[in-house]
Write a protein that binds this ligand. Structure first.
Ligand SMILES: *[C@@H]1O[C@H](CO)[C@@H](O)[C@H](O)[C@H]1NC(C)=O
Ligand SMILES: *[C@@H]1O[C@H](CO)[C@@H](O)[C@H](O)[C@H]1NC(C)=O
Ligand SMILES: *[C@@H]1O[C@H](CO)[C@@H](O)[C@H](O)[C@H]1NC(C)=O
Ligand SMILES: *[C@@H]1O[C@H](CO)[C@@H](O)[C@H](O)[C@H]1NC(C)=O
Ligand SMILES: *[C@@H]1O[C@H](CO)[C@@H](O)[C@H](O)[C@H]1NC(C)=O
Ligand SMILES: *[C@@H]1O[C@H](CO)[C@@H](O)[C@H](O)[C@H]1NC(C)=O
Ligand SMILES: *[C@@H]1O[C@H](CO)[C@@H](O)[C@H](O)[C@H]1NC(C)=O
Ligand SMILES: *[C@@H]1O[C@H](CO)[C@@H](O)[C@H](O)[C@H]1NC(C)=O
Ligand SMILES: *[C@@H]1O[C@H](CO)[C@@H](O)[C@H](O)[C@H]1NC(C)=O
Ligand SMILES: *[C@@H]1O[C@H](CO)[C@@H](O)[C@H](O)[C@H]1NC(C)=O
Ligand SMILES: *[C@@H]1O[C@H](CO)[C@@H](O)[C@H](O)[C@H]1NC(C)=O
Length: 703
């Protein structure tokens, strides 16, 4: 044929250029077609009938595998060579209606396709278990892809006989039981993906899989230690053992995996430290060991060599000690998550390196402290929340910098002064006390002698003050005891011990109270509540519309939308102000707020599973007794006591006393255990004069 071909070419070379190209193309096409047709015909009757059997047992449609047509040529996904079927790809196929009725792992007829090299059924439902003979009948099988096929049962040990298999994907099924040790015989294997199954037991010795490049055992129930033998998989680039129940240490032997690009050991029960020897993993780009029980310091040297690292997640462990500068200043880093650890010390000064990346950094929930004296501008996002940083931070405030729950002077939503002071004094550090210059400090540094005198004077003064306060309090208590008989006395008695004189007026600037709970973005809440769809509307309250919503994490919440077109601004500010001062188990928990929208201010509350008292009492169900049963008398009593506790807290424990002003069945919310959480708090006000109080006391007295 090749001689003919050159002759033809010679002949044609004398002709016009354009015509020539066209004719050569046509000829080539013809030749290729002939060669293909020769290969394609299925001349083994055994295999032909096996394919027909398979067609009917799987319930495949004529559109994909037309009955009368030549399988090798016209059946989709059937690949032949030398008259034999070598590949079957039914991935993405749909079954006939009859086939759908009883889908099973009925591929028995495959057993006669002994030359099969590739079987891909990914996404095609094959409920049932992988038959034992699978391992014996396909000596040439290279590719087995049964991802998301609803396969169950255990992985047959016979798969160890598939001596030429190269790619095995069994992820996203319900495979259970232990991993067969025979997997260690698959010398040609380069990809083994068993993720998202129900596998248990330990990881067997698979050290002889020298060609493995990708091992994914994530999201199973594998237990015991990470086998040292994994250290022999010298060609491996991707190793994912995350989301299992692996225990013990991270073996030092993993340092031999010098081709490793991604190592994921997160969400296990690993303990011990992060082995410094892992610094030999020169190719590593992504390292995840988050959510384990790892401890110890991170040494700077460990990271200095790993200059390919892009993603490092060490969050949710018990690492302590200082932040390694080497880690922070790696120039290719895009994500560094050190949240939820026990790191401490001052934030290392990065400016001198000048080379740290502009990635996303999370240092939340550690014990870092000190001033921030470097620029955060270069980070595209940095979370410093729940640490003990101090000083002025207003200049750092911008969209992607989270500074909540620290000891900053000029930022909302910080820790309490007591917390901060305790932290700093316990460690013998100097604390700036939120920028309120300790009255004593400046003189101290100037005149040591006179300062000592000052201290004595101050101690004397303070001691005197404390004594007076104690005296007054005692007096008031005694007076109260004596005068409990007269109704008017309460109000006057209360006036006495309020030296702090909290102003009951709401703050004018909503930003002052914006630190209550979490701040959500408007889009977040829009998504959570389905764009405030009517389907999610719980009711039109008198201080805003209430919508049910689901946050990204799956928490169900109630979002109150206070549209300033229809409601007074005062109402939500009053309410936020209330929550910023008052915390009690009997009040509905406020989770957060979103004040960024011009006219729609949003408050987010915990969702109360049992609704409110009104709906529980008058529940409209099919049967009248049904609703009665749901609120038995013990529950009713519990609700009554709960409501009383809530009101009593507002009236008697708050200073100044608060009045709810909107007590009705629909303001009494009930959580999943029918515990009362008072709602409708937008009407709560400080008691004016003592009129309300008097009315209540008088009413009580009459009974
Ligand atoms: C099937 O075809 C191949 C080549 O196409 C040939 O080598 C083989 O002998 C044929 N077998 C039968 C049984 O016809
Ligand atoms: C397998 O078949 C599906 C659907 O016919 C097709 O989309 C896919 O590309 C095929 N895969 C391979 C590797 O041939
Ligand atoms: C199997 O087919 C799917 C899509 O049809 C494809 O994405 C996948 O890569 C195939 N599997 C293998 C191992 O080639
Ligand atoms: C395989 O082919 C042989 C010969 O045609 C037949 O007897 C046997 O039943 C077939 N096996 C299966 C599982 O279809
Ligand atoms: C399959 O492998 C087992 C060992 O795992 C061996 O005993 C058996 O002989 C092998 N069977 C075949 C058909 O190769
Ligand atoms: C794992 O198996 C290899 C041989 O396949 C053997 O040399 C090695 O000692 C085994 N490792 C362990 C820890 O059992
Ligand atoms: C964190 O470190 C402190 C001491 O710095 C220690 O008291 C505390 O127990 C540690 N917490 C954890 C969870 O290890
Ligand atoms: C800074 O980064 C560049 C590459 O972006 C690198 O070549 C250089 O060595 C780094 N300098 C330092 C001090 O790390
Ligand atoms: C930082 O980590 C904490 C704890 O895992 C998490 O709650 C917070 O959302 C993270 N911050 C950012 C900006 O992703
Ligand atoms: C930043 O402050 C720390 C102490 O809080 C200090 O050790 C460091 O030298 C300061 N860095 C710069 C650049 O001022
Ligand atoms: C904020 O951080 C996100 C990633 O967390 C990033 O996509 C975005 O560009 C950052 N925005 C700014 C203004 O840096």
């Amino acid at each position: 044929m090749s001689i003919n071909f050159t002759l033809l070419l010679l002949l044609l070379s004398t002709m016009e250029a354009s015509l020539l190209r066209l004719k050569v193309a046509v000829l080539l096409l013809f030749l290729i077609h002939c060669v293909q047709a020769q290969q394609v015909l299925l001349n083994s009757t055994v295999e032909r009938s096996a394919l027909l059997d398979l067609r009917s047992s799987l319930g495949l449609r004529s559109r994909d595998w037309p009955l009368k047509a030549e399988p090798c040529k016209f059946w989709k996904g059937v690949q032949c060579e030398n008259g034999h079927v070598i590949g079957i790809n039914i991935s993405g196929f749909k079954r006939t209606r009859i086939g759908r009725l009883n889908p099973r792992f009925s591929v028995d007829s495959l057993a006669n396709l002994t030359q099969l090299r590739s079987f891909n059924a990914s996404g095609f439902s094959l409920p049932g278990s992988i038959p034992d003979w699978f391992g014996f009948r396909f000596p040439a099988l290279q590719v087995l892809d049964l991802r998301s096929c609803s396969v169950s049962g255990s992985i047959p040990g016979s798969l160890g006989n598939l001596s030429s298999v190269n790619l095995v994907y069994l992820s996203g099924n319900s495979l259970a039981g232990r991993l067969p040790a025979t997997l260690g015989q698959l010398k040609e294997l380069s990809v083994l993906d068993l993720s998202r199954n129900l596998l248990t037991g330990s990881i067997p010795n698979i050290s002889s899989l020298g060609k493995l490049t990708r091992l994914d055992l994530s999201s199973n129930y594998l237990s015991e230690q990470i086998p040292i033998s994994l250290g022999s998989l010298s060609g491996i680039q991707f190793l994912d053992l995350s989301d299992n129940s692996l225990t013990g240490f991270i073996p030092d032997e993993l340092r031999n995996l010098d081709k490793l690009v991604e190592l994921d050991l997160s969400k296990n029960l690993l303990s011990g430290s992060l082995p410094t020897k892992l610094r030999a993993l020169m190719s590593l780009e992504k390292l995840f060991v988050d959510r384990n029980g790892l401890v110890g310091h991170l040494s700077g040297d460990m990271f200095s060599g790993l200059d390919q690292l892009q993603v490092v997640d060490l969050s949710g462990n018990k690492f302590d000690g200082a932040l390694p500068v080497a880690l922070l200043s790696m120039h290719s880093l895009q994500l560094l998550d050190l949240a939820d650890n026990n790191f401490t010390g001052v934030f290392p000064s990065l400016s001198s390196d000048g080379n740290s990346s502009n990635g996303v950094f999370n240092f939340s929930n550690n014990m870092l402290y000190g001033n921030l004296n470097f620029s955060l501008v270069k980070f595209s996002s940095i979370d410093l929340s729940s640490n003990y940083f101090q000083g002025s931070a207003a200049s750092f405030s911008r969209r992607n910098v989270t500074l909540d729950r620290n000891c900053f002077q000029d930022v909302a939503n910080q820790r309490s002064p007591g917390d901060c002071r305790l932290f700093y004094t316990k460690r013998g550090l100097s604390f700036d006390d939120f920028g309120v210059p300790g009255l004593t400090q400046p003189p101290l540094s100037k005149q040591a002698k006179s300062s000592k005198r000052w201290i004595f004077i101050l101690v004397g003064l303070l001691g005197g003050l404390v004594f007076i306060v104690i005296l007054v309090t005692l007096l008031v208590l005694v007076l109260r005891r004596c005068d409990q008989g007269t109704a008017n006395q309460r109000g006057t008695a209360n006036v006495g011990p309020v030296p702090e004189g909290d102003s009951p007026l709401p703050p004018k600037d909503p930003n002052i109270v914006s630190g209550v709970g979490d701040s959500f973005t408007y889009e977040q809440l829009l998504r959570a509540s389905g764009s405030f769809s009517a389907a999610n509307l719980i009711k039109h309250g008198h201080s805003g519309d209430l919508f049910k919503g689901t946050l990204e994490g799956g928490t169900t919440v109630v979002v109150k939308k206070v549209s300033l077109h229809s409601f007074k601004k005062e109402s939500y500010i009053m309410e936020l102000d209330l929550f910023s001062k008052v915390l009690h188990a009997r009040l509905v928990p406020l989770l957060g707020q979103c004040l960024e929208h011009e006219t729609d201010k949003l408050l987010v509350y915990k969702y109360m599973v049992c609704g409110d008292l009104a709906s529980s009492l008058y529940r409209i169900t099919g049967l009248e007794d049904d609703s009665l049963k749901s609120l038995d008398w013990i529950t009713r009593l519990k609700i009554a006591i709960g409501a009383a506790e809530g009101l009593s807290y507002l009236h008697h424990e708050c200073n100044p006393p608060l009045v709810h002003r909107d007590v009705q069945a629909s303001s009494i919310l009930l959580d999943d255990k029918f515990e009362v959480r008072l709602g409708s708090l937008s009407e709560v006000r400080a008691q004016e004069g003592d009129s309300h109080q008097n009315v209540i006391t008088r009413l009580l007295r009459k009974q």
